[in-house]
Write a protein of this length. Structure first.
Length: 115
């Protein structure tokens, strides 16, 4: 693994440690407070801070997961060619697209998403 990938995975891990902790605390707060999914969405709609937080969360996942998967695949399989890196870049892009869509769906009002 190159030094850049090593540092990128460690930095993204630090971001994820914080983001996952905040995410889980938020879920526990919502559940213990008896909030419904609709009430949670009412609180997240148009909330720039929630949106920014989840975009950073998605970016960290899209960096961290493919690098880790690359290391596992290179160690446990004979797949070491350039095609592995290309496949994992595609995987990272899919994570970005799906994660960003989820963040937008939680942020924007339903009428904007539908119509």
């Amino acid at each position: 693994m190159t030094a850049v990938l090593f540092v990128a995975q460690r930095v993204s891990a630090a971001v994820l440690a914080f983001a996952v902790t905040v995410h889980l605390i938020t879920i526990l707060y919502a559940v213990r407070g008896g909030l419904t999914a609709g009430e949670v969405l009412e609180r997240t709609r148009d909330n720039h801070w929630f949106f920014a937080f989840y975009v950073v969360f998605v970016l960290a996942v899209a960096v961290h997961a493919p690098i880790g998967l690359r290391n596992v695949l290179r160690e446990w399989t004979p797949w070491h060619r350039r095609s592995l890196d290309v496949a994992l870049v595609v995987f990272a892009l899919l994570l970005l697209i799906m994660g960003f869509r989820a963040a937008v769906a939680v942020y924007l009002p339903p009428e904007v998403l539908v119509g």
